[in-house]
Design a binder for this molecule. Structure first.
Ligand code: ADP
Ligand code: MG
Length: 714
């Protein structure tokens, strides 16, 4: 983007060897370019100093000039705070710190002219500021307008590097570089009225006005998302253009017979729509990679089965992989029962399958007599070979990485179609980035007749009422889950734990059998306990979140979640999905301490008000940020974003995705295809010059050189 972009930062005026090392270690700034892209995390208005007397209660962050008169401490231990009396020469106010008390007391001298920056709080008739930024007043600097604030580390501060230092360095850099070539093609800049790169970089560091700052941020955010989408779509398009998929021309005998003679209920409209989407993928000759999202209980298994029947009808085999033995077995039970009447052969393969049976399965896979294999990770082992595997379904995607998906591909010369199913309702914007290589189908409807789970928030002092309600359900023959945040007691957190409470539960509900599962048990012991509950022999299951995924016990009508305040929204929703699977009214009781933060209460109240997984996922993402969403870690695709936010920039994600897709379609050489561009359908397709292509390729290489997952599967 600029010829000297890769120049070592130590050659910049004002840096040198020592500072270069500091900048590299602390801020990951190694080159001129890194510095240019080290954006301020916010901007402040330094155009004037305010007087304390002019404060108003609704003021934003302001700048005040004055000095500290004295410091004193209040409170003990963790509650201790440091208070300083500050004067601007006419009035006084208090400045408060709740942490880093020692450092601060030592850092700021009394009676020195300082500049504070912070938000005035109005409380009990006077103003104070908590944790302001503090700088020494320097009369030689002219009054500034908008100024960037850069995040720094403690170590940098100790070495005298301030926000101002960074700003000066960036200034030196701009003196040095005259030309910054844009990395987004002219045509795209024009189409979306983007500020040119050089102006954007200048304005994000040194904005001339709020308007320019906004345009600059918008442009750079666009750039960030645009390149992420180019990166993802490049692989998708290369794959689609180079890999052929199985073509299933017919819906055949098994599918039709199943549909008219066996199917035990009417498909919901959403199920029908999704099957159609899958079906049309399979006709095109391109290999399907589809994410099927559907809330718990929405009937994904049926969709998976009917999809697999299409493969079977076209003389190929299908395979379904689940993350746990219990889940695999449950799928097997449903599917075997549906498949038997139409003569389709189904087997189950897991870690505990006996050698003799395993051998039979291997043979029937190779000779092609087995139609559908269901199992755990066992199905991707090296020695499991198929005659002609053309359809793979993966349940609960977030437990499997991209690599495992890739492993299944290699089971056949022509890679199978892949359908991944998840009950984690990922907001669409996140899905587009996270699973950018997948098309997305959504089952947004539950089968008719389901009663939504009634969710109640109860405090520890209501416990007796809750116990009575549970007894009532037990006496009606229902089963109950009790979920704990911890296995063992942990004094520090004073939470209820499974181990500590187990005896308690047994004593509270005499005459009922209590089983338990948690993550530290051996797999077969866990299975045994789980089976006790599934068979109905045990009435109460105490568990940690290991029961989160997929278990289906329709007779369980109550779930109690202890210390619900400790769980994230999406996790609570997943847990709650274990009840409400039968015809009876089910209940989910969130137990919590009465003393909780208002944000926590708000979160729990969302649970009591909504049973819609997408509503909950959106709320969760807004409250916690997408980095904490389930699945983002394992996928390895949580792109490091500086400006954009998955939670709030949904619209721009969609826009950049389309723009990137159009650009690739018009310039297939960008993804390594030799074919000529797709027939122009509109005017938005623009052919790039070779040098523009070069710029984009270099930029992608620069931005995503660490990211190897994708290349491996393309
Ligand atoms: P999930 O999407 O959570 O995997 P399942 O596939 O386990 O959901 O389906 C939950 C239950 O609903 C199963 O007992 C299934 O047989 C049933 N089911 C699925 N589709 C329908 C439908 N269209 N009408 C009625 N019941 C259905
Ligand atoms: Mg399921």
């Amino acid at each position: 983007m600029l010829r000297i972009g890769n120049t070592d930062i130590k050659y910049l005026k004002g840096v040198g060897d020592a500072r270069a090392k500091l900048l590299a270690d602390e801020l990951d700034i190694h080159s001129f370019r890194d510095l240019l892209y080290y954006f301020p995390f916010r901007h402040i208005d330094r155009s004037r100093f305010y007087a304390i007397a002019d404060f108003t209660p609704d003021m934003p962050n302001v700048q005040i000039k004055g000095r500290f008169l004295r410091f004193y401490k209040e409170g003990e231990g963790a509650k201790q705070r440091l208070i300083a009396v500050f004067t601007d020469g006419r009035s006084v106010m208090e400045v408060v710190w709740f942490s880093r008390i020692k450092q601060i007391e030592n850092a700021y001298p009394l009676n020195t002219e300082l500049v504070l920056f912070g938000k005035p709080n109005f409380f009990k008739g006077s103003y104070s500021i908590a944790h302001p930024e503090v700088e020494t007043y320097d009369p030689s600097t002219p009054p500034q307008g908008l100024r960037g604030v850069y995040s720094l580390t403690e170590k940098l501060r100790k070495r005298g590097i301030t926000s101002r230092t960074i700003q000066n360095l960036v200034g030196n850099l701009f003196d040095k570089v005259a030309d910054i070539t844009d990395i987004i093609p002219q045509s795209v800049c024009r189409q979306f009225s983007l500020m040119p790169l050089r102006d954007a970089l200048r304005n994000i560091h040194f904005p001339e006005s709020l308007h320019d700052l906004k345009k600059a941020q918008e442009r750079l955010k666009f750039e960030e998302l645009f390149f992420i989408q180019l990166h993802i779509l490049r692989f998708t398009k290369r794959r689609n253009s180079s890999i052929r998929g199985h073509i299933f021309p017919t819906i055949g005998e098994h599918f039709n017979r199943f549909y008219s003679e066996v199917l035990p209920f009417q498909l919901t409209d959403a199920q029908k729509r999704v099957i159609k989407e899958i079906r049309s993928d399979m006709r095109t000759g391109r290999q399907m990679n589809r994410l099927l999202q559907g809330d718990v209980g929405s009937g994904k298994t049926m969709v998976a089965f009917m999809t697999m029947l299409i493969a079977v009808d076209n003389k190929t085999q299908a395979c379904l992989m689940a993350p746990t033995e219990i889940l695999a077995r449950q799928h097997y039970q449903s599917i075997a029962q549906w498949a038997e009447p139409i003569g389709v052969k189904v087997r189950l393969l897991t870690g505990s399958t006996r050698t003799k049976e395993r051998k039979e399965i291997h043979e029937s896979l190779i000779d092609g007599s087995l139609d559908i294999l269901i199992g755990t990770h066992a199905v991707i082992e090296e020695n499991v070979q198929f005659h002609n595997l053309a359809m793979v379904v993966i349940d609960e995607q977030h437990r499997f990485g991209v690599q495992q998906r890739a492993k299944l591909w290699s089971k056949n010369a022509l890679p199978p179609h892949v359908l991944v199913m998840t009950a984690t309702p990922i907001p669409r914007t996140l899905a587009m980035t996270l699973y950018g290589d997948l098309d997305v189908s959504v089952i947004d409807q539950l089968p008719p007749g389901r009663k939504p789970v009634m969710t109640l928030l109860r405090y520890d002092d209501n416990r007796q009422q809750v116990v009575n309600a549970v007894k009532d359900q037990l006496s009606k023959g229902r089963q109950v889950y009790i979920v704990y945040p911890l296995i063992h007691d942990n004094d520090k957190l004073s939470l209820r734990s499974l181990e500590e409470d187990y005896q308690n539960v047994c004593a509270t509900y005499p005459g009922y059998k209590v089983c338990y599962v948690h993550g530290q048990m051996k797999a077969d012991e866990k299975d045994h306990q789980m089976q006790l509950f599934v068979s109905g022999e045990a009435h109460i299951m105490v568990a940690t979140t290991v029961i989160e995924v997929g278990v289906n016990v329709p007779n369980a009508s109550v779930m109690i979640i202890e210390n619900a305040e400790r769980f994230g929204l999406s996790q609570l929703h997943q847990l709650r999905g274990r009840v409400g699977r039968g015809a009876d009214q089910s209940y989910c009781i969130l137990m919590s301490k009465r003393q909780i933060a208002s944000a926590t209460r708000e979160r729990l109240e969302i649970m009591t008000q909504s049973t819609d997984g997408f509503v909950i996922a959106e709320a969760d993402m807004k409250m916690r940020g997408p980095g904490n969403m389930e699945g983002t870690q394992q996928s390895g695709l949580a792109f490091n974003m500086r400006l954009a936010s998955l939670a709030t920039d949904g619209q721009m994600i969609a826009i950049t995705r389309n723009a990137a897709s159009d650009l690739l379609d018009a310039n297939p050489q960008l993804y390594g295809a030799t074919t000529s561009p797709a027939e122009s359908s509109g005017s938005s397709l623009t052919t790039l010059s070779p040098s523009e292509c070069n710029i984009i390729n270099n930029e992608l290489k620069f931005r995503f050189s660490q990211d190897t997952d994708w290349s491996r599967i393309s």
